[in-house]
Design a protein around this ligand. Structure first.
Ligand SMILES: *Cc1c(COP(=O)(O)O)cnc(C)c1O
Length: 362
């Protein structure tokens, strides 16, 4: 049996009529940037996520840069980020001229270790970017307390956690601003690149919008040096269709995760865990084993595609200033393996994957 890591074809087949209609509508109206499709997606996405404002932009990396710029973070400033995340979280900080400062991650939850944050705060620290990593929300209560005590801004990186919640409240609605990616493989993915910045602040919405639209406040009135970062109408129309399915897809991912957990419970692997009251949306289902490389190779011989998110913690990536040791992140990097995960993965496939893992690890 061949089991891909993600299957975007099967998802398209399940919503083909709606998607084809939406794309045909864009071609017929020939509104390829901005216009109604973008405005309606921005409104629908904000409503769905429980925030007041949404600005569509070109990708999730741009979204972080735009949010940092809107908060006027730049040269001389420090921004706290987890030592384990996709490179964009930290490189966006560098791109605006500030310095990303790494914080160790939690050994069980893999998100930023909130107990290690305060030791990293200096007079230069301006913001913190909690990343809801693999789909699990960060302990936002602690983040909000720390930010309040030290006057820090919060930008939530929600690229892997569309629809994740803490006690029913969606991630992205806790901080000053939050960012999303609609990269095709994300829990809500476009058919190309896309991203969004969301906020409850009218002022920050206005600023982010101006920054992402070439510094314009109204047509041809450029009030600052901005950038051109658009979510095009075709992607907005596609995302408008897909957003209607996100609740169902989230539940299905959680079901797949529950199958894996049941089938691997007594196997010699470390399974994902989460605090009570937290909804994990399983962008990735990550296990840990000392025999990671051997297991990955064995699963490949069984037709099972796996990935590593990510091979190195950021302090070892080499493009950032050396910042010492992060033992939890370092230990993780040799052991983590992401199993196939998508809403359409069925029980037979999940059982095949789990049985193969057990067969190898004994
Ligand atoms: C995917 C991702 C991004 C960047 O999104 P792009 O749309 O690929 O630019 C940022 N942060 C995290 C945690 C991500 O997983």
């Amino acid at each position: 049996m061949n089991i891909p890591f993600v299957d975007l074809q099967i998802q398209y087949q399940s919503i083909k009529t709606e998607i084809d209609e939406a794309i045909a509508g864009i071609l017929t109206n020939a509104i390829f940037v901005n216009g109604e499709p973008l405005a309606s997606f921005e409104k629908n996405f904000a409503t769905y996520m429980g925030v007041a404002h949404c600005i569509g932009c070109a990708n999730g990396t741009d979204a972080i840069e735009i949010a940092l710029e809107a908060l006027e973070i730049g040269k001389g400033d420090e921004v706290l980020v987890p030592a384990y995340t996709w490179v964009s979280t930290a490189s966006a900080v560098s791109r605006v001229g500030a310095t990303p400062i790494f914080v160790e991650v939690h050994p069980d939850f893999y998100t930023i270790d909130v107990s290690k944050i305060e030791a990293k705060i200096t007079a230069q620290t301006k913001a913190i970017i909690p990343v809801h990593f693999y789909g699990l929300p960060v302990d936002m209560k602690s983040i909000l307390d720390i930010a309040k005590n030290h006057s820090l801004k919060i930008i939530e990186d929600c690229a892997q956690a569309h629809n994740a919640t803490i006690d029913g409240k969606k991630v992205g609605s806790f901080g000053d601003m939050a960012t999303y990616s609609f990269y095709p493989g994300k829990n809500l993915g476009a058919y190309g690149d896309g991203g969004a910045v969301v906020t409850n602040s009218k002022k920050l919405d206005g600023k982010a919008r101006i920054i992402a639209r070439l510094g314009q406040q109204g047509k041809h009135n450029h009030i600052r040096v901005g950038r051109n970062s658009r979510l095009d109408s075709m992607q907005a129309a596609i995302l408008n269709v897909k957003l209607k399915h996100l609740t169902e897809w989230t539940t299905k991912r959680q079901l797949v995760a529950s199958w894996y957990v049941d089938l691997l419970r007594d196997a010699p692997v470390k399974l994902p865990s989460k605090p009570t009251g937290y909804e994990h949306v399983y962008h990735l289902f990550v296990i840990q084993t000392d025999k990671r490389d051997e297991l990955k190779a064995f699963l490949a011989t069984k037709g099972i595609e796996t990935q590593i998110h990510y091979p190195k913690p950021l302090h070892q990536v080499g493009i950032f200033k050396a910042q010492g040791a992060f033992p939890v992140a370092e230990a993780m990097s040799d052991k983590i393996l992401s199993l196939p995960m998508y809403a359409e993965l069925n029980k037979v496939q999940a059982a095949y994957v789990a049985l193969a893992v057990r067969e190898f690890l004994g």
